[in-house]
Structures are given as structure tokens and as C-alpha cells.
Ligand binder design. Structure first.
Ligand SMILES: Nc1ncnc2c1ncn2[C@@H]1O[C@H](COP(=O)(O)OP(=O)(O)O)[C@@H](O)[C@H]1O
Ligand SMILES: [Mg+2]
Length: 521
């Protein structure tokens, strides 16, 4: 049986007391449809997990509940009343508190002031409290979280995990009845996570409704009562967390069920090996990796977050040295000392998080495109030839099918898909041999996706190789000539000519031993 065919609709629903309800909520950012008629119901006294891959729209939905964004369409109800959450204050008055994914603390203010000062409001929301009372409450909350920091310490002096906990403390101190946490554990250690999960247990008993956004499947088992999956801006499935809900079913929820056209280019004649990796170990998570990438081949490595693919990527692009094993490129030992060195050796990198690591938001389209290749344009005097640069940029942008008015405008005037094409253009400049890509099409519209796939296949046919780390299995199956499944730092299996029929086997590979457990409870 195809495990993806599992049907949750028959599962009995617990008696819900719905406190927060979104119906057919849509939201567009430029050309990006972040939410597409998303609907969800959150009940009191429980933890509702919202699962979804990067770019699925989870944070956008959370921010609509928090009054940060207004929906283009759809309804929100709080305790049965239709509401418009126009700003953060309205959300607070409705009893909604949110722990943002990007922290919203005022770095120069103290822990105490951050917890009691509305970030956006000048007036103190707790003005009726004495300073002493504030401090007492604050200490209680910090104690609950097992967080030992001086109340007067400026938040900027704290390590990131503690900032995250202060962010959580801020919401707890407000006595919210509906608490939204957007990927709250991303920076926390195991011990800090345990403290947070304990607090979540206490809140549940007090009848608080918790919407908990994550892409970690394990957290469903640990704290979830109900789980919804979000794919491409829609809530595609919701069901109670029961023993019958296996990790395999969760993976199928997470990757989505919608049927997509499958048009991988036809198999090609085998290519000669370009990159070979043998018995590779790294500190950050490769335990024993062996794989090859042929010349003019698109190779995918597929596994869950934490399987070691991030670490493999770091080693290849020069962010981390491997501790043992061998890498050869073009028959020569390959050991990049830093990313620029890796680039010089022919290894180009297109990172996943284009906002954090990719684009320079204040710079123009042209500058973003040419960032890595300024040497190409230097003249004898060492000056850049602006006209040569502009001429080349125009040609590249045309080839990349980027839709733009003027290349001198900030890159942020482009849609996500067009921004990604510019970064792709940057990655292919300087004639790389291999391009490492993480989630190459996350958050970009379908048209731009198709363009990028086409560009990749074109470059492949010109002999450039790709190593793709995508969290989207359907995408991996669609664009890769060969796929390796990865689990716990090791390659599990090679798929020499992958097809959609390999989906179930790959899913079982990447879950390792997990598959043999009948249930997650
Ligand atoms: N403020 C914004 N401006 C433009 N695009 C945005 C903005 N916020 C989110 N997006 C886009 O909307 C989509 C959904 O993003 P998000 O809600 O952050 O997803 P998730 O939290 O599930 O990773 C992505 O394509 C993202 O790039
Ligand atoms: Mg998010």
C-alpha cells in the first residue's frame, strides 16, 4: 500500500471548544500567494501543532492572528465572535499572545522592560503594577522557564537561546489565553526545550490554547494534541494526535498530497565522475558519507532536517573541514579552506535562506547579481567598467528570464522567484563545476519554479553538475537524475533512475528505524 494514501478523516475528533478559528484566509505578498484560503480551528486546553515546510505560510498565518498582517480575504473568529485583528494591541486585548520566529525584543532594554513593555506601544500596559510587583511577576515567569538571568541585564547581552526564552516569558507574563509559538525551539538546547515543554504542559492545564508552529516531526509526539499540515499556503489536513499517527503519515502530511505533473528529463548517457566522496565524517553530522556526482548530472540528497545533509553541504562549500574521509574533484583532492576558496575550486553555493544569507536587500539587482564576480569587470587600472558590467548583467538577466524594470532598482522590488533567479545567476557566474543548492525553489511561485528547473537542465546539458538538498521529495524526484537517501549521517540507498514509484521506499529510508515502530506513542 502506498503509505501516502493514508486517510485521517475517519479519526474521531475530541470534543472541541474552539477559541480561535480562521476560515478561508488568503494573503498575497507581491506575486507570492503566502496563504491560499487557509482554515484552521484551535481549541482551548490543548496544543495544536502546525506543521509545514519552509515557505508553507505558517508564519504568515501566525502573524495574521497577531495583528501584524491583515488578510486579503477570509474570516477570523475568537471565541465564536467574528473579529478584525488590525494591530498587535487588538490581538492582545483578545487574549492572543505570540512568540515570533524572528525575535521582536528591544535589544537595548533590560529583560524586565522587554517583558513588561509593549514592543509597539509607548505606554506601559501594566502601568497599574508597581515596579516591585512587575519584578516579582517577571521572576515567577523566568523561574517557570528555568531561566536564570538578571532582570536588569540588557537583552543584547544574552545569548540567542536566552533571548528566545525572554520572548516566551514576555507572552507568558501577559496571561494570554491563546498563545502562538512560531518555531520556538529552533535555537534552544535540549534542556531548554524540556523547560519549555514543561511550561506548555502547565499552560494546557490552565486551559490555554496553544498553536505551536514547527517543522520538527518529533515535537508532534512530544507535546501535540492536534496537528494540522500546511502546504503551499493551505491547511491540507488536520487530525488528532493518536497512536495511529505514525511518523510516516506525518511525513506524507508535511510533503503534501497534491498531484503534480512529473516531467523529469529523459535519462541520459552515464557521465564521468566529477565529485567523489568516500567515508566522509564531519563534526557537525556526517558519519559515513559516500557518493559521486557525475559531470553534467543533477544529484539529489534527500533526508529529514538533521540527517546530516546540512553538514555535507557545509563541508563541500568550505564552511567546515571534514574530520576524515576523502573528497576528490576532477581527480584531485578537494579540501576547501573557506567559501571563497571553494568557489575558486569550482564549487558554487546557492543557500536556502535567501533573506539571511543570499540577497543584499539595500543593493540593486545588478550589484546582487555581480557580487561574486567583480574581478571579471576590473580593467587594467583596477577600476570596474560599469558599462561592461551592465551589458553582461542585461544579458544574464534575460537568459535567466528575470522580470524587472531597471537593474538599478533594489533587488527587493522583485518577486521571490525573480530574486532567486538573480541569486542563481550569481551562483553560475565564474564557471562553476558543481552548484550546491539548498531548497532551490522554496517560497517561489510555480512559474518561476518551472523556469528554474528549465535553467538547471539547460546548464546540466552544458556539463555543469548540481547537488541538490531539497526538503521537498516531489521536487527531488522531479528534477534529479540520481538520488541518495540519507539518514543519521549516512547514505542509506542510491536511486540510479528515480521515479515516483520510489517515493514510499525513500520515505522509509529517511526515517531509519522509526519506520519499524508501529506508532509514535
Ligand atoms: N513580508 C513578506 N513580504 C513578502 N513575502 C513574504 C513576506 N512574508 C512571507 N512572505 C512569503 O510568503 C511565503 C510564506 O512565508 P512564511 O509564512 O514565512 O512561511 P513559513 O513560516 O511556513 O516558512 C513565502 O514564500 C515567503 O517568502
Ligand atoms: Mg516561518
Amino acid at each position: 500500500m502506498n503509505p501516502l494514501a493514508a486517510d485521517h478523516s475517519a479519526a474521531p475528533r475530541p470534543q472541541p471548544e474552539v477559541v480561535l478559528c480562521a476560515s478561508n484566509v488568503s494573503k498575497k505578498f507581491g506575486a507570492t500567494q503566502a496563504l491560499d484560503e487557509a482554515s484552521i480551528q484551535i481549541c482551548s486546553g490543548g496544543v495544536h501543532i502546525l506543521l509545514g515546510e519552509n515557505g508553507a505560510g505558517k508564519s504568515t498565518l501566525a502573524k495574521i492572528f497577531a495583528g501584524v498582517h491583515r488578510p486579503d480575504a477570509g474570516q477570523i473568529e475568537v471565541r465564536g465572535q467574528a473579529v478584525e485583528i488590525g494591530d498587535a494591541r487588538t490581538a492582545r486585548e483578545l487574549g492572543i499572545g505570540i512568540v515570533f520566529q524572528e525575535l521582536s525584543l528591544a535589544p537595548h532594554l533590560s529583560v524586565l522592560d522587554n517583558i513588561f513593555l509593549g514592543a509597539e506601544a509607548k505606554r506601559r500596559p501594566f502601568s497599574f503594577l508597581s515596579r516591585g510587583e512587575e519584578a516579582r511577576r517577571c521572576r515567577n515567569v523566568l523561574e517557570m522557564l528555568d531561566l536564570d538571568v538578571p532582570l536588569q541585564a540588557p537583552v543584547s547581552s544574552l545569548p540567542i537561546a536566552q533571548k528566545q526564552l525572554v520572548e516566551i516569558a514576555k507572552v507568558l507574563a501577559r496571561d494570554a489565553k491563546i498563545i502562538i509559538m512560531d518555531e520556538p525551539t529552533s535555537t534552544l538546547t535540549d534542556r531548554e526545550k524540556q523547560a519549555l515543554f514543561r511550561v506548555i504542559g502547565v499552560l494546557k492545564q490552565r486551559g490555554v490554547a496553544i498553536l505551536y508552529v514547527t517543522h520538527h516531526l518529533q515535537e508532534v509526539e512530544l507535546i501535540g494534541d492536534f496537528v494540522s499540515a500546511m502546504v503551499n499556503g493551505r491547511v491540507t489536513q488536520s487530525c488528532p494526535v493518536t497512536p495511529a499517527l505514525t511518523e510516516l503519515k506525518l511525513v506524507s502530511m508535511l510533503t503534501g498530497r497534491e498531484v503534480r505533473e512529473f516531467t523529469r528529463a529523459k535519462p541520459r548517457t552515464p557521465s564521468s565522475p566529477l565529485l567523489t566522496i568516500a567515508a566522509l565524517k564531519s563534526k557537525s553530522g556526517c558519519k559515513d558519507v559516500a557518493l559521486t556526482v557525475g559531470r553534467g548530472e543533477i544529484v539529489g540528497v534527500y533526508g529529514v532536517v538533521g540527517c546530516g545533509r546540512e553538514s555535507l553541504g557545509r563541508v563541500l562549500v568550505g564552511l567546515e573541514a571534514h574530520s576524515s574521509g576523502e573528497i576528490h574533484m576532477d581527480g584531485r583532492p578537494y579540501r576547501p579552506r573557506h567559501p571563497a576558496h571553494a568557489r575558486g575550486l569550482g564549487m558554487s553555493y546557492l543557500p536556502m535562506d535567501r533573506k539571511q544569507k543570499g540577497i543584499l536587500p539595500n543593493r540593486s539587482i545588478r550589484e546582487n547579481l555581480n557580487l561574486m564576480n567583480l574581478r571579471d569587470f576590473s580593467t587594467i587600472g583596477g577600476m570596474l567598467s560599469r558599462s561592461r558590467e551592465r551589458e553582461r548583467s542585461t544579458r544574464v538577466l534575460d537568459e535567466l528570464l528575470v522580470r524587472f524594470d531597471s537593474q538599478e532598482k533594489p533587488i527587493t522590488t522583485l518577486s521571490g522567484g525573480n530574486q532567486q533567479k538573480v541569486l542563481f545567476g550569481r551562483a553560475i557566474a565564474g564557471a562553476p563545476k558543481v552548484i550546491v543548492m539548498e531548497d532551490p525553489t522554496v517560497g517561489i511561485d510555480i512559474g518561476a519554479k518551472a523556469d528554474l528547473y528549465r535553467l538547471m537542465h539547460e546548464l546540466r546539458n552544458r556539463g555543469i553538475s548540481f547537488l541538490i538538498f531539497s526538503s521537498d521529495l516531489l521536487e527531488t524526484l522531479k528534477i534529479c537524475d540520481r538520488i541518495y537517501s540519507m539518514y543519521a549521517g549516512r547514505i542509506v540507498r542510491e536511486y540510479a533512475d528515480p521515479t515516483m514509484n520510489d517515493e514510499a521506499q525513500i520515505l522509509s529510508d529517511i526515517l531509519g528505524q522509526e519506520l519499524h515502530r508501529a506508532a509514535i506513542h
